[in-house]
Design a protein around this ligand. Structure first.
Ligand code: CA
Ligand code: CA
Length: 341
């Protein structure tokens, strides 16, 4: 196969893998992502809302001595609206708003870090999919200009700021010459959905469902855009790691981070969750299209990343959602784990 043809095939294949980051994903979504329940009686809804109002998660069980799990928050079960009737990306099926019912569960306070993923790899000799494929996707500004020129045929169609680069993996997240020095407490990236599932299983945990993730994101609040409310920058502070300036050529880095930030950097809601929006996208357990039996189906990812900007990827809202195939990996995609009570 000639080089040009190879490049075309790669562009075609991988545009399906990471195109969600450019807002061009158009897959239909089946309605069964979240567990739906009938409308609760009004009194029960009021009780639930009162229970959820601006409380720290520990306040829900003042008389109980629930098991504390290191690095995890207990998300109290109940009913909560997820989704929105005011969708920004209709094709993403952010709407309709619906009430979901869920049990107590634990969720990692932080995205899984490189240090923790390294423990998993050391204990299991696990090889990630990106390592087996031999490449992954990184953002263009991580490449020198001459590297960008050399690899221009390996950009993603309709998202030419993504380059597929040989040798990039979680161990070399920012290019073939990079390493994890100084990134130990940054989120692990270049991990596929299957890699994330393997890690969570090793840790005695699991990936959260989309509904669980979104309920946790909302922090007990109803119908808010962000985990803390509707304003992007209350008190004129940065509450998440996204992109400031003009995408994709002018990141002013006003939040302090051009790429990933440490997993414990931005505390965002009353459930003590950090970077639940922004920093890196997070895999969830859910299929994008229910019943998809293809070999590598799309899975739902949530929360947006350090590359998101309102002008093209306004997906750092709790209701926002996107997808990638199970075997995809990129420098802006990680995960956190959940655990049933
Ligand atoms: Ca940033
Ligand atoms: Ca995140």
């Amino acid at each position: 196969m000639g080089k040009l043809k190879t490049a075309f095939v790669l562009l075609t294949i991988f545009s399906h893998q990471v195109n969600a980051d450019c807002g061009c994903n158009k897959l239909d979504r089946d309605a069964s992502v979240a567990e739906r329940v009938d409308e609760l009686p009004a009194q029960q809804v009021c009780q639930q809302q009162a229970r959820n109002k601006n409380k720290h998660y520990r306040d829900y069980y003042p008389e109980e001595t629930e098991e504390e799990i290191e690095g995890m928050s207990l998300i109290p079960g109940g009913s909560q609206y997820i989704g929105t009737d005011e969708p920004h990306f209709i094709a993403d099926h952010e709407s309709p708003e619906r009430l979901v019912k869920f049990n107590d569960f634990y969720l990692d306070k932080y995205e899984v870090s490189n240090a923790n993923f390294a423990k998993f790899v050391e204990a299991t000799n696990y090889t990630t999919e990106a390592e087996r494929f031999g490449d992954s996707f990184i953002f263009k500004t991580l490449l020198k200009p001459e590297q960008q020129e050399e690899l221009k045929d390996y950009r993603v169609a309709n998202a030419v700021w993504w380059y597929k680069v040989s040798g990039v993996s979680w161990r070399r997240p920012n290019g073939i010459d990079s390493n994890l020095e100084g990134l130990e407490h940054h989120p692990v990236v270049h991990v596929s959905w299957r890699d994330a599932v393997a890690y969570c299983e090793w840790a005695g945990k699991r990936l959260p469902s989309e509904a669980e993730w979104e309920v946790a994101c909302r922090g007990g609040k109803q119908r808010k855009l962000f985990p803390w409310g509707n304003k992007l920058m209350p008190k004129d502070k940065h509450w998440l790691n996204i992109w400031q300036g003009d995408f994709p050529d002018g990141n002013t880095e006003e939040d302090g981070y051009p790429f990933t930030c440490p997993v414990d950097q931005f505390r965002q809601n009353n459930y003590d969750l950090y970077n639940i929006v922004g920093n890196v996208w997070e895999w969830t357990a859910d299929l994008w299209q229910a019943g998809d039996t293809s070999p590598s189906p799309n899975r739902v990812k949530k929360g947006g990343s350090y590359l998101c900007h309102k002008s093209y990827c306004y997906r750092y809202r709790c209701a926002a959602r996107s997808q990638n195939t199970e075997d995809s990996s990129a420098g802006s995609l990680g995960f956190r784990c959940a655990k049933s009570v």
